[in-house]
Design a binder for this molecule. Sequence first.
Ligand code: ADP
Length: 621
Amino acid sequence: MSKREFQTEVNQLLQLIVHSLYSHPEIFLRELISNSSDALDKLRHLTLVDDAYKSLPFTPRIDLELDEEKKTLTIADTGIGMNQEDLISHLGTIARSGTKTFLAQLSGDAKRDSNLIGQFGVGFYSSFMVADRVEVVSRKAAEDQAWRWVSDGQTGFDIEPAERSVAGTTVLLHFNEEGKQYANSWRLQEIVKKYSNHIAFPIFLTYDKSEWNEAEKKSVKSRTTEQVNAASALWRRPKSELKDEDYKDLYKSVAGDWEDPLFWFHTKAEGSLEYTTLFYVPAKAPLDLYQSEYKVGVKLYVKRVFIMDDAKELLPQYLRFVRGIIDSEDLPLNVSREILQQNRILTSIRTASVKKILSELKHIAAAQPDQYLKFITEYNRPLKEGLYGDFANRETLLDLIRFKSTKVEGLTSLADAKGRMNERQKSIYYITGGAESLLRTSPLLEIYKKKDLEVLILDDDIDEIVFSAIDKYGDIDLKAINKTSTSEDIKDESEPDKAETLKPLLDKLKAILGDRVKDVRASVRLADSPSCIVSDEEEPSIKMQQMMRAMGQKDIPALKPTLEINPDHEIVRKLLARPDDAVAQDAAWLLLDQALLMEGVPLQDPAIFVQRLNRMLTLSI
Ligand code: ADP
């Protein structure tokens, strides 16, 4: 037997792992099973492509054997195995240059260092968290000699020839104080199910099972071997092998939903980054969709090993209704949450995943309009949130979102609205600021109806915030019709400018209303109503200001609306003809109050409003 020293870096790493690294030592099992799974993958690959290996027997399996008395556990696989040289270089040095650089950066500050280490795999060495002696017996595939590697994780390791009947690796752990809790079959099954359920190879556990013996009237122990994982990383199988039922079954177990999903998108990326994603859209929006503490629906796996299911950084927040799996080949197994936030690999996967989901949805919108309608009825609103934050995908999102409209029943897309524009029309119009019924009866719509121009009805509470930041759809302007500026499309060049004739009345009204309005102007947008209010281009609408106050924003300046009056309306014409001040007083306030009412703004003083109304009624009856 020959005693060998660990490379200095290995010593450093071991110190770190044992002393400061993990609050969950249970991950040792995940790491060792993952190594076995890699070794099986490697051998399978060789038996497929390399003639020298083709004739070798390949019965892939991972065996855990527990000895509760002796407090030992073995993890054995029938994978590629290691020869003497491999054992020395893989389990005695750190070959990966990244880890070396990392170790050089260590500060000695345990907390900082353990954050740093999450970026690198610790793998095999994590067994020294739970064991004070680790023995590895390995025989490399296509070789006859097996080797035993033994270490206490402190003073280096010994290596000697050994026996092993088939190729593969057996890791024997002698649990230390910390590790004794894992000399328990329940605990082991639980850990395997949690992290390694979807490892593609079967994992068996051999242990002493207690069973009630009726004849002897006592429970007796018998040595039992059971498969403990589901061994079904379905998402790693080629699409062609999977049936709809397979996808639906997996969805139900991943999402905990009874219903079938609406769609799924299964992608395998190869190239500079390797990963598989399987995303599902639930048929019904998750109940916590609008709660700030929503549950994350996408689980992160690394090489089929479960890593976490609560990482909000896997997809942007607006896609929080998506369920499924991201399985990366490139992330380290012990990647921590802190690291995910700034990890370049994850950022690339996330960017590509968002693009993929949105482009698939766009495809469905075109190819299966009925299915898409089901989708958009549930998820229109979160997609709008995306418009607010996801600049890179704004164009696609604008194409995916649907709108109510004055021209069509149900929902319409911007593309369709664009298709319906007449040849003189310059913009696509929309109205925001209240419930659908209120918007549909707004006086602001009158001129658009008269001129046969379509107006989109944006009645979601976030619409005004979202769309005030978006002024184009492709090369077409998007215009809110409740803003002071009026578009070319509704101005009538043939009509004489009525502002001149109306000026004395406008001045009088402005004097009466004083501070309550910013301006009183002749309107070009009204047909049947005598008045309406509009807001400045840059300012939130009156309704929006109300909402912001209701949400607790105290410092909203009281922005004044502009009152527009309809020069062609009978009330206005009569007022102009009648210089009677008392009537003008009441009329001015009633014109403002009714315009505000139509915007859904409650009266400031209902009693005074009623007095004025009654004085006018008396005059007319
Ligand atoms: P990682 O798995 O991240 O490479 P480890 O420290 O866990 O790091 O393992 C180091 C190397 O030892 C692996 O890359 C592999 O080559 C070898 N190895 C570990 N376990 C096994 C095993 N069960 N069978 C074959 N080779 C193994």
